[in-house]
Design a protein around this ligand. Structure first.
Ligand SMILES: N[C@@H](CCC(=O)N[C@@H](CS)C(=O)NCC(=O)O)C(=O)O
Length: 265
């Protein structure tokens, strides 16, 4: 027999218990269907974007079930409705969110009962500092390791766009940006000096557990790691050991996705 019960909310309104159960159920269904648009090249199973890796790790951190939708430079129509021409972009129910930092903040706001990514105002300032260090220090050192290699793994339809847009941005040919392995590794190691100091003393930037600050740097390094024919970071360094710790979290999610060194999955 159909039974209707009402409960009073914190705001003093009366709600139908059955409807609330339905909406909790619907919410769980939506949790299961976050669509995460993630940059790939020729191989749909080899995600490599630094910004998308930040969000892939963030979704895992929050324990949210998501579907990674392969997205290529050559086909932006899949996310046109979002109003964003870059990835990561997520679609949570009928809500589109783009830009890695905006997505991280959205996930914390929308799922406050899940482990926090950013941890309050102080955490925001801290994550923003790490992002700024990544932007000014680590990205420039990772570009000579990663950029030309990215070109090599793209689908044919994306290659022309990628070469033209990146060469116009940097004012150089991709081949001239590419570093020899020893130089690439040495420059990256130099950029990571402050992070080595920090990670010598802490397992994660978040302390015992990672936070978004960890994923901000991890994304940049994973980008180089996925596309480079050699391992660009020193596994014996504090950053290298932290990188391996992160790769092995969440059932080894990151370590189980292929790099160019292992070939296609
Ligand atoms: N500020 C953005 C940057 C995102 C971004 O630049 N994504 C690149 C892939 S790594 C992209 O989608 N580029 C598209 C294009 O160059 O047309 C974020 O943090 O999400």
């Amino acid at each position: 027999m159909h039974r209707v019960a009402f409960v009073r909310s914190d705001h003093g309104e009366w709600n139908c218990l059955e409807c609330m159960e339905v909406s909790v159920h619907a919410r769980r269904e939506l949790d299961m269907t976050i669509q995460f648009y993630d940059l790939v090249g020729d191989d749909a199973n080899m995600p490599f974007s630094p910004f998308c890796w930040r969000i892939r790790m963030s979704l895992l951190h929050k324990g949210l079930t998501f579907t990674a939708v392969p997205w290529r430079f050559s086909d932006k129509s899949a996310t046109a409705a979002s109003g964003h021409s870059r990835v990561p972009v997520i679609k949570d129910g009928d809500q589109w969110v783009g830009d890695s930092w905006e997505i991280a903040k959205y996930l914390d706001a929308q799922y406050p009962d899940r482990p926090t990514l950013i941890n309050g105002v102080e955490g925001q300032a801290y994550a923003q500092l790490v992002q700024a260090l990544c932007q000014s220090l680590v990205f420039p050192a990772a570009l000579p390791v990663a950029l030309y290699q990215v070109y090599g793994i793209l689908d044919e339809a994306s290659q022309d766009y990628f070469r033209k847009s990146r060469e116009a941005w940097l004012g150089k040919k991709l081949e001239d940006i590419n570093a020899e392995p020893e130089t690439g590794k040495a420059n990256l190691a130099q950029a990571l000096v402050p992070f080595n100091t920090m990670l010598d003393a802490h397992d994660f930037m978040g302390g015992d557990q990672p936070t978004y600050a960890d994923y901000a740097l991890f994304g940049v390094l994973k980008w180089g790691d996925v596309v480079s024919p050699y391992r660009p970071i020193d596994d014996a360094s504090a950053v290298g050991q932290w990188f391996v710790r992160l790769e092995n979290l969440y059932g080894g999610h990151a370590v189980n996705l292929p790099t160019v060194r292992q070939g296609s999955s």
